[in-house]
Structures are given as structure tokens and as C-alpha cells.
Design a protein around this ligand. Structure first.
Ligand SMILES: C[S@@+](CC[C@H](N)C(=O)[O-])C[C@H]1O[C@@H](n2cnc3c(N)ncnc32)[C@H](O)[C@@H]1O
Length: 327
């Protein structure tokens, strides 16, 4: 293993910007979910949670839909060299399976693991090195939600003239679609491919489907991971209660699971010499996760010029992978 790694860091994740985003989260009582992946400790907790609960790692049927999607994407990407861009790569386990397949097909591969967390891009890079030479690996730390110049940054930094295969796995649940999808669409060029996955609400009845999956979020590892953000700021567990509920987003007609911490006693915390007073009875939103249906995915991607060419849905109807391109 090389003792050093080159990591490109976008200004959207410079310390001053991260500090401003943190203060905004506390003022608005709505935590930007990037703060749940910020520290090495949170990254490790999330990776443990992912290992324990991710269907892609624990359900053979779910792993199989990813493998089928990877095979279809590899068959469609006809060029001899491919640049895989893992947006919100996490630990990069899914990207690694795609890279292995592309390598086995004899292609030259370039890989950009891209995430808000440096620990995640380094983990993904490490996993990818089994298939991608170090010289072709370009870890990139950035905040996809706030970076305004991603198209030009990608065009100027990654100048190799090969086709792009962008992955956006498990990301859409944690973003307002109207904010993130224009950015995603701008990164997919004509003839490029996009592999996109989403957690789904099973069954024909959307409301009943979302109710069915609600208990999946309320478990010890998820609670521990989400609470780390507050505990690190000086909140104590018995200052309130973490509750999960279903919320309706009227701006887009979607339902989402929302986790909020309800303060049962008043508390003052200080962050960077700014004071935050939380009163008993107040709530801070820690997390949300939208649930889609395959048709809702097709429709929302279509609004941003992305066409679903093929799709694979688990038998449980709780996860789907979508192969897309620009219309
Ligand atoms: C649910 S995980 C998905 C990880 C991986 N794609 C997978 O499917 O296993 C979400 C990932 O998005 C990253 N993330 C969160 N907010 C982000 C942002 N604003 N910009 C870039 N990455 C972000 C997190 O660090 C985390 O690795």
C-alpha cells in the first residue's frame, strides 16, 4: 500500500464553509445530513450500520439486482476506457463491484470516488485499488449540494477523453430532489451513463408501503449513529428523545421518514462562540429519507432530462437500480 494518497478537495468542503454550514444547521434546527458523515468516528459508525443493514450487502436478491445493472452498464459502455465517478461513494463497496466487472472486460478504468467525507473517499479508494491502478484513481472531496461549479471542475480536472459512467447509489433519499437533480443531470453528458439507486416504498399503496418500512430506521445502530452529531456538540442522551415519523413533502408530493430529536429539557450549547438555546418541547430535525416508487423515480428523473433505459427492482420491492442516460 502506498504511504500517500492525492485527494482533491473542493472549496465547498473547506473548513470555513463547513463551519458556516454547521452554524446554519443549528440555527435552522435542520441538520444538513452531511454532518452525519463528518468525523472518522461517524464514518465508522455508518460503515458498521451499512454492513449490518444494507440490503445490497445482506440480501442476495438485492446484491443480484446491482450485479445485473453493472453487467448491463458494462455492456452498453462500448469504449475501451471508462471513467467511473462514484457520487456520494461512501465506502465504495458497490462501485468496487462495478470496477471489478469493467476490469474483467479488459477496459482501462479511471475512478473518482467523490464524497463529502475524506474518510469515505479514502476508504473507497482503498477498496477500488484491487481493480484500478493508483495512477488512475482521483479521490475528490466535495459537497454536491452546495458546489456551484461541478461541471467545469470535472471538465477541467478530469480531462481524459473517455466515456463516463456515473453512480449515484443510495443518495437520492437524503436530498431534496429539486435541489440535487439539476446538479446530477448537469454532470451526465450526452452518451454518458448513469447508474442510480433508490430505497423504495413496496406495494401498490404508497402510504402503506412507507408505513411498512418505517421500523427499519428505528434500530440501535441508526440511533447511535444519528445521535453522535448531537453528543459531540455537548447534548446528552437524556436531554430529549429521538423519534422517527413519516412526513409529507408538499413541494414534491413525496413521503419521507424523518428523525427528530425532541428536547425534554432546555439546554444551551456554544459552537464557535455562537450560543444556541434549545427549549424544552423544541425539535431539531436530524435526518430524512425519501421513499420513492419505480414510477416516481422515472417521473422525477424525467423532469431533469434523465431517461430510465432499464431498471431492476428487488423481490421485496424495497430497492431499485436504474440505468439512465440524457434524453
Ligand atoms: C447513504 S450513503 C450512500 C453511500 C454509497 N453510495 C452506497 O450506496 O453504499 C450517503 C453518502 O453520501 C455522502 N454525502 C452526504 N451528503 C453529501 C453531500 N452533500 N455531498 C457529497 N456527498 C455527500 C455521505 O458521506 C455518504 O457517504
Amino acid at each position: 500500500m502506498s504511504a500517500v494518497a492525492n485527494v482533491l478537495i473542493h472549496a465547498s468542503q473547506y473548513p470555513e464553509k463547513v463551519r458556516r454550514d454547521l452554524l446554519a444547521s443549528l440555527r435552522l434546527r435542520r441538520v444538513n445530513h452531511k454532518f452525519h458523515y463528518d468525523s472518522v468516528k461517524q464514518t465508522q459508525k455508518w460503515l458498521a450500520l451499512h454492513q449490518a443493514y444494507s440490503p445490497a450487502r445482506n440480501d442476495a436478491d438485492c446484491a443480484a439486482i446491482y450485479d445485473r445493472a453493472f453487467a448491463a452498464a458494462a455492456a452498453r459502455a462500448r469504449s475501451k476506457a471508462v471513467h467511473v465517478i462514484g457520487l456520494g461513494c461512501g465506502g465504495g463497496q458497490k462501485d468496487a463491484r462495478l470496477l471489478k466487472l469493467l476490469k474483467a472486460s479488459g477496459r482501462e478504468i479511471f475512478y473518482t470516488p467523490c464524497d463529502v467525507s475524506t474518510a469515505m473517499v479514502l476508504t473507497a479508494r482503498q477498496t477500488a485499488l484491487a481493480s484500478v491502478p493508483d495512477k488512475n484513481c482521483f479521490p475528490f472531496v466535495c459537497d454536491l449540494a452546495t458546489a456551484k461549479d461541478l461541471t467545469t471542475t470535472f471538465a477541467s480536472r478530469f480531462t481524459f477523453h473517455v466515456s463516463r459512467l456515473t453512480t449515484f447509489f443510495g443518495m437520492i433519499p437524503n436530498f431534496e430532489p429539486q435541489l440535487i437533480l439539476p446538479k446530477l443531470a448537469s454532470l451526465v453528458r450526452p452518451k454518458d451513463l448513469l447508474l442510480f439507486s433508490a430505497n423504495l416504498a413496496p406495494g401498490a399503496d404508497y402510504t402503506a408501503g412507507v408505513k411498512k418500512i418505517l421500523p427499519q430506521y428505528d434500530n440501535a445502530l441508526t440511533r447511535d449513529w444519528l445521535m453522535t452529531f448531537l453528543l459531540d456538540l455537548g447534548v446528552e442522551r437524556n436531554d430529549g428523545q429521538l423519534r422517527f415519523k413519516i412526513g409529507d413533502d408538499r413541494t414534491n408530493g413525496l413521503k419521507r421518514i424523518v428523525a427528530g430529536f425532541h428536547f425534554t429539557r432546555s439546554l444551551r450549547i456554544e459552537v464557535d462562540s455562537e450560543t444556541f438555546d434549545f427549549r424544552a418541547g423544541e425539535t431539531i430535525r436530524l435526518f430524512f429519507s425519501y421513499r420513492y416508487t419505480p414510477e416516481r423515480v422515472r417521473k422525477v428523473l424525467g423532469q431533469y432530462g434523465l431517461e430510465v433505459c432499464e431498471r431492476w427492482i428487488t423481490k421485496s420491492e424495497e430497492e431499485g437500480v436504474f440505468l439512465c442516460r440524457k434524453r
